[in-house]
Design a protein around this ligand. Structure first.
Ligand code: KIV
Ligand code: ZN
Length: 522
């Protein structure tokens, strides 16, 4: 699709690594953040919000490194409305070819009450902080948090101040997912008409999905004149998440007849980044999720299949290949060689170096020995398992479970913890409970199990199970994920994976041991 004019171009601002990663449980390791940022850059995302540098040393390092590595995307960091945040943000993003500072303050009555500022005091704060950011960086974005619940006159007043102080992008967040499409469009149209200087800047839309309207609200805002959409892969984000990148991008592409706007996104990269974000964040994509759900292109009922065979357009408004799905699912097995595996993995978005391939090949052979047919989904699960980059302080070395109709069940487990083997036998109410009790006996902790979820990767009794475990300690949430044909082994590995992330999380906090959220108002 060719770009017709600048007027029609909508910028895609991805905040998976900031708004997405700050959602409870979606913690990513440093290496995972670099990998996702690389994928976003490669797929044509215009602006990557790489993190919130003041939040922790880990965030700062990640944003700095992403800034150094980015090829074409603008690299943006978030900062609250104070000089310390802004300076720290600039320190991190300044390494980028194209840096941006994004500073914000909550402007609605409820948010103004938190720092206890009067309207005038807040207006002065906005002037001073945007001016300060602009003195450091040419490219400044400003957001009035909770804009959709801010008094309209005050919103106009503070936006004008931010524009005069040098902000080039004005983002209008629907922080609590409260607005609706018509209102979203009206607000943008009115602001563009009423605020002096509005025609000199880009208006952005940042929607949360609490009422399931984030995509519709973002598109309505674009229709009314916004030219930047803030979004995340898979709609990742706090509570019900943010606008999903894949949804707005594909909607603009498929319904270009009524929404004549272009993005710079290579849509064929969508499925791989969606899978990778699901894996590293530990937030699986729901089966019926628009665009990237497992069933998004599945046609099972007889009448659908018949229609599809005659003409794919009967039930499909886009082709699987548009988002990078291959039309064929060639089955691999124990006789498949290294070259076939390499080609298949390349198709699935994993271009492996020789040493990586050797490692994966060994695991593939082990899987093929246990499972007659290895499908794309099996290989994806296998890659996700081998790609967990949280350092392995703890590893599962041996597990044998005795279970049957008579309770209790027991688990004989050996864990390698920081290089040393530890063994225990524990009992529990079922094999998974016994295994988790054994892990806890060997690595005592206070973290609370919040979620235990099992998904069969494919059909059949020899299917691999993907297990997701979510745990909470001192308000911090971590997840672990693993796949195996043995559900109990996958459970043990997922549990241990979550504990490894917990250890990372404990060391991730800033120098004072405190990790700041963007909602902490200074
Ligand atoms: O939702 C929100 O208001 C935000 C701001 C920090 C832009 O994420
Ligand atoms: Zn947000």
């Amino acid at each position: 699709m060719t770009q017709t004019s600048d007027q029609d171009r909508v910028l895609i601002f991805d905040t998976t690594l900031r708004d997405g990663e700050q959602s409870p449980g979606a913690t990513m390791t440093h290496d995972e953040k670099l990998e996702i940022a690389g994928m976003l850059d490669e797929m044509g995302v215009d602006i990557i919000e790489a993190g919130f540098p003041i939040a922790s040393d880990g965030d700062f390092e990640a944003v700095s490194e992403i800034a150094r590595r980015a090829q074409t995307s603008v690299i943006c960091g978030l900062a609250r409305a104070n000089f310390k945040d802004i300076d720290r943000c600039w320190e991190a993003v300044r390494h980028a070819k194209r840096p941006r500072i994004h500073t914000f303050i909550g402007t609605s009555p409820l948010h103004r009450a938190i720092p206890n500022l009067t309207m005038d005091e807040m207006a002065d704060r906005i002037h001073d902080t945007v001016t300060h950011a602009r003195n450091l960086c040419d490219n400044v974005q400003w957001s009035p948090m909770d804009a959709t619940r801010t008094e309209y006159d005050y919103l106009c007043r503070v936006i004008e101040i931010a524009i005069k102080a040098g902000a080039m992008t004005i983002n209008i967040p629907d922080t609590v997912g409260y607005t609706a499409p018509r209102e979203s469009a009206d607000l943008i149209a009115r602001l563009i008409a009423d605020v002096p200087g509005a025609d000199e800047v880009t208006f952005a839309t940042h929607c949360h999905n609490d009422l399931g309207m984030a995509t519709a609200n973002a598109l309505a805002a674009v229709d009314a004149g916004a030219r930047q959409i803030e979004c995340t892969i898979n709609g990742l984000g706090e509570r019900a998440g943010n606008t999903a990148l894949e949804e707005v991008v594909m909607a603009l592409r498929v319904r270009n007849d009524i929404m004549p706007f272009q993005t710079g996104i290579d849509t064929t990269k969508i499925i791989n980044i969606s899978r990778r974000v699901a894996s590293v964040s530990g937030f699986p994509v729901q089966f019926n999720k628009a665009i990237v759900g497992k069933n998004a292109f599945a046609h099972e009922s007889g009448i659908h299949q018949d229609g599809m065979l005659k003409n794919a357009e009967t039930f499909e408004i886009m082709r699987p290949s548009d988002i990078g799905l291959s039309d064929t699912n060639l089955v691999m097995g124990k006789h498949s060689g290294r070259a076939a595996l390499r080609a298949k993995l390349k198709d699935l978005g994993h271009d492996l170096a020789d040493n990586q391939l050797n490692d994966v090949f060994v695991r593939f052979k082990a899987l093929a020995d246990r499972k007659k047919e290895v499908y794309d989904e099996d290989l994806i699960a296998l890659m996700q398992d081998s790609a967990d980059t949280a350092p392995d302080h703890i590893q599962v070395k041996f597990l044998r479970v005795i279970c049957g109709t008579e309770a209790p069940q027991s688990a004989d487990l050996t864990l390698t913890i920081d290089g040393l083997d530890h063994q225990v036998t524990a009992q529990g109410d079922g094999p998974v409970d016994a295994t988790f009790n054994a892990v806890k006996a060997l690595f005592p902790h206070e973290a609370r199990l919040q979620l235990y979820q099992v998904h069969a990767v494919t059909e059949g009794t020899d299917a691999q199970a993907t297990v997701t475990v979510r745990m909470e300690e001192d308000g911090k949430i971590v997840t672990g994920q693993s796949a195996d044909t043995d559900t109990v082994v996958a459970s043990a590995k997922a549990y241990v994976g979550a504990l490894n992330r917990l250890i990372v999380r404990r060391t991730k906090a800033g120098k004072d041991g405190k990790e700041i959220s963007y909602k902490d108002v200074s």
